[in-house]
Design a protein around this ligand. Structure first.
Ligand code: ADP
Ligand code: MG
Ligand code: MG
Length: 256
């Protein structure tokens, strides 16, 4: 059973004003088949957590541990993290092209039920990856249709990459931002298919509660000032309720 375990994680970033501590003791465990949503105000450190798991060189781990099935993730290169089973879709671009988030979802769905979702909506966004780190980028609306067909042609060759990577844990940083409702539904369907397989843990980082209409996380963590301030399930009536989880207060939802 795959487990990503984060214990007491402290991370600094070098800024023009000097070294700044961003993560101040994060504890989080994501097991295969579980979906964890991370929400919280802008600047609270959500992306920093994702970059730290990815091994981005700008983020320095000054304390704590990150392990995947007991293996020390922090000692791995970016490529080793991908081979170990970490898939990270990042909010902002990194430099080297590779597989796409769209393909991650499409191939996962195909692998599980033999039916590929239509690519048109997913290809509103493109992703660039290096090793375990992928960046989700969006073309201008006018460029969408031409790029979509090119992306569909490329997806066949990329699907082999997915089977080689065999993700155990997928970290999706604001994959939902900027998607229209149809695209959001397709992305959500892909994530839900991955979950149903029971073999992949999902860490879903989002500013918006709207994706939680389509994905019911098993756990919700609210990030405030570099720490998990609260944990629970979403609003009453939500499928994730009734598991002894505490609700997230209304004033902490939809934090931008
Ligand atoms: P969130 O994803 O929750 O909006 P981030 O992790 O992007 O938060 O940012 C947390 C804090 O760290 C912010 O104050 C941000 O300015 C700072 N920070 C993050 N990455 C960098 C970076 N590469 N350079 C300078 N400051 C950064
Ligand atoms: Mg932000
Ligand atoms: Mg962010």
């Amino acid at each position: 059973m795959a487990t990503l375990d984060i214990r007491g994680l402290h991370v600094t970033v070098d800024t023009e004003q000097g070294t700044k501590e961003i993560l101040r003791g994060v504890d989080l465990t994501v097991r295969a088949g579980e979906t964890h949503a991370i929400m919280g105000p802008n600047g609270s450190g959500k992306s920093t957590l994702a970059y730290s798991i990815a091994g981005h060189p700008k983020y320095t781990v000054t304390g704590g541990t990150v392990t995947l099935d007991g293996e020390d993730v922090l000692a791995m290169t970016v490529d080793e993290r991908a081979r170990a089973g970490l898939f990270l879709a990042m909010q902002y671009p990194v430099e080297v092209p590779g597989v796409s988030v769209a393909n991650f979802l499409r191939t996962a769905k195909t692998a599980i039920d033999g039916e590929a979702p239509k690519p048109a909506h997913l290809d509103q966004g493109r992703a660039r990856c290096h090793g375990a780190a992928c960046a989700w980028t969006r073309p201008s609306p006018s460029a969408t249709s031409t790029r979509a067909s090119a992306a569909a042609r490329r997806s066949a060759t990329r699907s082999s990459r997915w089977s080689l990577l065999k993700p155990k844990v997928a970290v999706l940083d604001e994959t939902d931002s900027g998607l229209d409702v149809d695209a959001l539904k397709i992305v959500s369907e892909g994530v839900n298919r991955v979950r149903e397989g029971g073999e992949v843990g999902v860490l879903l980082i989002t500013h918006y509660t709207r994706i939680l209409r389509y994905i019911s996380p098993d756990f919700v963590h609210v990030f405030v000032d570099g720490r998990i301030a609260e944990q629970g399930g979403p609003e009453p009536g939500h499928p994730a309720r009734g598991r002894g989880l505490r609700p997230v207060p209304a004033d902490r939802r939809d934090a931008g």
